[in-house]
Design a protein around this ligand. Sequence first.
Ligand SMILES: N[C@@H](CCC[C@H](N)C(=O)O)C(=O)O
Length: 276
Amino acid sequence: MSLTRELIMLILIFAEYMEILFYKYQGTGNDFVMIDNRLQEFDKNNTKLVAKLCDRRFGVGADGLILLENHPELDFKMVYYNADGNESSMCGNGGRCLVAFANFLGIIKNKASFEAVDGLHHAIIENDLVKLQMQDVVSIENNKDYVYLNTGSPHHVQMENNIHDLAIKEVGSKIRYGQPYNEAGTNVNFVKQLSENTFQVRTYERGVEDETLSCGTGVTAVALAMFETGKTKSNLISLETEGGKLQVSFDKQDSIYKNVWLIGPATHVFKGTISW
Ligand SMILES: N[C@@H](CCC[C@H](N)C(=O)O)C(=O)O
């Protein structure tokens, strides 16, 4: 066997056993595959690989996949993919889980500053909760039957008294693909008011194309929408999702929502390796 053929054989054998070390995290049931990509080893344009890792039967199973990468000035960078394998807009629960992951890796202690697709974020870990500062929200579209706003990701918010029995996947997908959102789509949140400052939320997520147990940018959108439409006077809102409880606090100054914080638990579930 020539040296070149031996080398090719070795590469093929090695390729058979390429392994990815991953960690699984969840924040109120919104679950993520986390990969430490500080050495830039992950194949970032491999949509099929990301989708397979997120597949609940053929892979690890998750609502999304997140890469933790180096940043020249900040603690780290967040790269977020939806379960369909495509890179997407901001993920609030994912951001909170990534802060917990960075703490586990020893990159940060109880404070973090990082870059995500929608810009700079600050975060604090306090009493087992991860508090993530979200972007200011300047524009809220208050329509007759729904509110539309972008909290890092686009969100349609509508009240629904029959929230328990609602077929979220069916009704949500019609709104997500319908007018005025079309192919680019939106996430869809159904909301029921439980008290002055407590709301139940169920979310259909774009890119998962199904209901998820919780959505961080979604509950943030709900909190701001409920204040904007006068359903609450409180600037500290409790959100009850299918996967647990979150809180959102904010200040409204001159019609701009500032100092917006998403607060909740973020938990390490397990770690493992995948061969491909
Ligand atoms: N689960 C997320 C939202 C993730 C992005 C969303 N699926 C989209 O594509 O807009 C969250 O916690 O915010």
